[in-house]
Design a protein. Structure first.
Length: 329
């Protein structure tokens, strides 16, 4: 007799090979979608291999991140996020507290989003977070690399949203209308080695869930990312060559009525003793896309757990929580 014992949550983050998700054979795409379904219900985190973004593009992106953060503070502050009308540019050390009850994070960042001309309809309408990027003058080729990388991750994000739809037994095109002209913020991150004089519970990035739809993380080989599984145990997202770490944001919990996980994660750069660099790409449908429970996740009785909202409303609420002020137009 084998006595029943409760199952444990995942002790590692699965690696999903995306190769068959690009196949013309629906059955092969569905098999990948089923693996995504299992990962989304269990951890909300998974690695993706064979994702289609060339190694040269990924290596160049991390190298440009190192070049940017090596600039003098004075140069970086010339394009500080505080000078932007749409939350873009340099984010200094200690400026953000992702865990709102903990000390400020031990990281610095640089972020940019879609490069929209002043004549773009959403810029003319004053839609929040739509406007010009800020770029450093000191780094020739930096802007070109950033935008090239963004083009690649937008394409991957659109593909992953189709995989997500298929994993929920929806038509693959279910999210296409909202993601045809998506929002995609790319954030370069630099975590110095964890200092000995850090405050109590001060981390590189405090424990948090991501706000939006999906995050695609490119990380170097230093490690430091940690994910909390369903048993409340923290497990390491050890860097795996040629992969991205993908995780779901709170928006997907709204869409799936909590079927899929938006998982707490954090960064503690105290293992390698070296600087850690990563690039997080936050992929979301366009600002006015309605976020409400998808048909396959509606409860048999009663209403879903979350009231409908727009993508923009949800992100603005999250921004206020971590920065303590409204999102800028």
């Amino acid at each position: 007799m084998i006595l029943y014992t409760p199952p444990h949550a995942a002790q590692e983050i699965p690696v999903i090979d995306l190769a068959d998700s690009f196949s013309a054979d629906l059955a092969r795409r569905q098999e990948v979608a089923w693996n995504i379904h299992k990962a989304c219900r269990d951890t909300g985190f998974f690695y993706v291999a064979n994702h289609g973004i060339p190694s040269s593009v990924r290596a160049a992106q991390l190298e440009e991140a190192r070049r940017f953060f090596a600039l003098p503070l004075e140069a970086k502050m010339r394009i500080a996020m505080s000078k932007s009308t749409c939350h873009r540019g340099y984010d200094p050390m200690h400026n953000q507290a992702l865990d709102i009850d903990s000390p400020p994070d031990l990281k610095e960042g640089f972020q940019f989003a879609r490069e929209l001309p002043p004549t773009h309809p959403r810029v003319l309408q004053g839609v929040p977070n739509h406007g010009p990027n800020q770029w450093p003058d000191e780094l020739p080729g930096f802007q070109e690399q950033m935008l090239d990388y963004q083009t690649h991750v937008i394409k991957l994000g659109q593909h992953l949203m189709r995989c997500l739809a298929l994993s929920l037994e929806l038509p693959e095109t279910y999210f296409d209308e909202g993601t045809a002209d998506p929002m995609c913020t790319v954030r370069l991150l630099h975590y110095p080695p964890h200092p000995e004089n850090a405050s109590f519970n001060q981390l590189g990035a405090g424990a948090h869930t991501d706000w939006g739809a999906i995050t695609m993380l490119l990380q170097d080989d230093r490690g430091g990312l940690e994910v909390r599984n369903r048993d409340g145990v923290w497990i390491r997202a050890t860097p795996i060559p040629d992969t991205f770490v993908v995780n779901l944001g709170d928006m997907v919990r709204r869409w799936t009525n909590d079927l899929y996980q938006s998982t707490l994660h954090r960064v503690m750069n105290n293992v390698s003793g070296r600087d850690r660099y990563s690039v997080a790409s936050f992929f979301n449908p366009e600002h006015f896309t309605r976020v409400e429970c998808v048909p396959t996740c509606r409860p048999a009785e009663g209403e879903p757990a979350y009231a409908p909202c727009t993508v923009g409303e949800h992100i603005a609420d999250m921004f206020r929580l971590t920065y303590g002020k409204p999102a800028m137009a």
